[in-house]
Design a binder for this molecule. Structure first.
Ligand SMILES: [Zn+2]
Length: 452
C-alpha cells in the first residue's frame, strides 16, 4: 500500500514530531504500527476513519483496526500512538515487533500465537476463512459498522468502554460518551441532562412483570410490543457489545428477559436475553448479553438456564438462534456439558431422546455436545449413545465441582404470554400449579407506575 501521509516529509518518530507541533493528517486506508495501551505493544493497524479533536497537541485522532485482531479491539488513537515513520505498517523494519523476543516470524504473528490470542479473546472466524457468500455479507456488515464513535457509556455507577458500533440516532451516535439511565435506558449526551433525568425518572425497575426472584436477583419479562421504546433502547445498548446484532427498532415480535441485581435503590440491569414470540425454528433465545462489569459472575449461564426452563414450561425443545457469537458459543458449550452430564449422572441408561426432553436442549445440540465429550459412537451408519462409566466419571469430576448458578425453578412464577398450542397450555397449567415459592421469596410488588 502506498504511503498514506498527505504531506510527504515526515521520517522522524511520531512522539518527537508530536512535540514539535501540529502533525500532517494521515489518510484513511494507511497502515502503520500502532501502540496498544492495553499491553504496551506495537501492532500493524489500518486507519479506518479520522476526526478533529479539541486537543491541540492531537488535533486529529484516528479510528484504527488492528490487522490481526477482532474489531472489538478497534479504537480511536492520537497521533502519538502511531508510528508515522513506518507507513507500511510492518513491525520488523521499525524494530517494534512484539513477538521478536519469541524468535517467531518477525513481521506477523505465528499461527500458534495468533490462535492462542484468539482463544483468550474469543475471536471469531475471519473473513478469509468464510465461504464466498458469507464473506460478502460480512464485508458489507463491516463497511456499515466500521467506525465506533461512542467509546464510553455511563450506566448506573459504571463507566464502561464499549466494544462495537451501535446505531444510536442523530447526534447521539456521534458522541464519544453517552449517559444512560439504568432503569428506563434513556440515553443522554450530557452529564447534567442525565443528572436531571435521574431526579425525574419514575422507573426503578424494567417495565414488565417480574417472573423470578431469588436472593438479590430478579428477572423481568418485557413485551417488545407493549414497551417498544424501552426495548429499542435495550437493543441499542446491547449492540455496543455485540458485533452481529441486527435487531434494533422492530422489537414487537420479541420478548425480553432482563436480569437485575436488586438493592434498596432499585433493580439494576446486569444482562438480558431476547426471544422471538413465535420462532419457526424453535429458537428459545435470539440474543444474550451480560454487561461487561457483570461478566464472570455466571450470569450468562443463569440466563441460558432460564431460556431452557421457560421452554420446558411450554413443553418445547429448542435452542439459541444460530450462528452464536464467539462469547455465546463458549458459554453455551459449557452450559450444555453441565446440563447433559448432570442428567446422565442420575440417569445412566438414558437415551438421547430422554436427555432432550429432560433438558429442553435440541437434538442437534445434545448430539454435538455428546460428540465433543466422546460419548457418541458411530455404528452401522448412525450415532449411538455410548456411556462408558470411566469417561463419564472423568467428565463429571472435571465439570460438576464447578456447578454453575442456574435458575431455581421453584422461584420462577411464569406462564407464557403467548401459549403455543392447547397441549403446551395444559403443560403450563400443570407446571404453574406445582410452583411453590418460599416465604420471604415473594416476587417484587410493582410499586412504581410505569410509562414509556
Ligand atoms: Zn430513566
Amino acid at each position: 500500500m502506498s504511503s498514506a501521509i498527505a504531506s510527504s516529509s515526515s521520517g522522524a518518530s511520531s512522539a518527537a514530531a508530536a512535540a514539535a507541533g501540529p502533525q500532517p493528517a494521515l489518510e484513511i486506508g494507511g497502515r502503520f504500527p500502532v501502540l496498544r495501551v492495553a499491553d504496551g505493544q506495537w501492532y500493524p493497524a489500518e486507519i479506518v476513519h479520522k476526526r478533529e479533536t479539541a486537543d491541540r497537541a492531537n488535533s486529529q485522532e484516528y479510528f484504527i483496526h488492528y490487522l490481526d485482531f477482532d474489531r472489538r479491539l478497534d479504537e480511536w488513537v492520537g497521533i502519538d500512538r502511531i508510528d508515522v515513520s513506518n507507513p507500511a505498517g510492518t513491525l520488523e523494519s521499525a524494530g517494534l515487533d512484539p513477538l521478536a523476543s519469541s524468535g517467531g516470524d518477525k513481521t506477523r504473528l505465528t499461527r500458534h500465537q495468533k490462535r492462542k490470542f484468539h482463544e483468550i479473546h474469543h475471536v471469531p472466524q475471519s473473513v478469509e476463512e468464510m465461504d464466498a457468500a458469507t464473506a460478502a455479507l460480512e464485508r458489507e456488515h463491516q463497511e456499515l459498522t466500521k467506525v465506533k464513535y461512542i467509546d464510553l457509556i455511563q450506566i448506573g455507577k459504571y463507566e464502561i468502554t464499549t466494544w462495537y458500533f451501535s446505531p444510536y440516532p442523530d447526534e447521539y451516535g456521534k458522541q464519544t460518551k453517552l449517559w444512560i439511565c439504568e432503569y428506563c435506558l434513556k440515553y443522554m449526551g450530557l452529564e447534567k441532562s442525565h443528572r436531571y433525568h435521574l431526579s425525574q425518572c419514575e422507573y426503578r425497575q424494567p417495565p414488565g412483570r417480574e417472573i423470578y426472584r431469588k436472593g438479590n436477583l430478579s428477572v423481568f419479562e418485557v413485551d417488545g410490543k407493549q414497551r417498544k421504546l424501552y426495548c429499542q433502547c435495550l437493543c441499542l445498548l446491547a449492540k455496543l457489545f455485540l458485533d452481529h446484532k441486527t435487531l434494533y427498532f422492530d422489537v414487537s415480535g420479541f420478548l425480553f428477559y432482563i436480569l437485575c441485581e436488586v438493592d434498596r435503590h432499585g433493580c439494576h440491569i446486569v444482562g438480558y436475553f431476547s426471544k422471538e414470540k413465535d420462532s419457526p425454528d424453535s429458537n428459545n433465545l435470539a440474543c444474550i448479553l451480560t454487561l461487561p462489569p457483570h461478566q464472570r459472575k455466571g450470569y450468562g449461564k443463569l440466563l441460558i438456564s432460564l431460556s431452557y426452563e421457560l421452554a420446558r414450561v411450554e413443553g418445547l425443545v429448542g435452542g439459541p438462534e444460530k450462528p452464536l457469537s464467539d462469547l455465546g458459543k463458549v458459554t453455551y458449550r459449557s452450559y450444555w456439558e453441565y446440563a447433559i452430564l448432570d442428567y446422565i449422572q442420575s440417569h445412566p441408561s438414558c437415551t438421547v431422546r430422554d436427555i432432550c426432553s429432560a433438558t429442553a436442549i435440541s437434538r442437534d445440540d445434545v448430539q454435538d455436545t455428546l460428540h465433543g465429550l466422546g460419548l457418541l459412537q458411530y455404528w452401522r451408519g448412525s450415532y449411538d449413545l455410548c456411556l462408558p462409566q470411566r469417561t463419564v466419571q472423568e467428565h463429571l469430576l472435571r465439570i460438576l465441582p464447578r456447578k454453575p448458578q442456574l435458575i431455581d425453578a421453584a422461584c420462577l412464577q411464569w406462564s407464557p404470554l403467548y401459549p403455543k398450542s392447547p397441549k403446551a397450555e395444559k403443560r403450563v397449567r400443570l407446571s404453574a400449579s406445582s410452583l411453590e415459592v418460599e416465604p420471604g421469596n415473594r416476587l417484587h410488588e410493582v410499586a412504581v407506575l410505569h410509562k414509556v
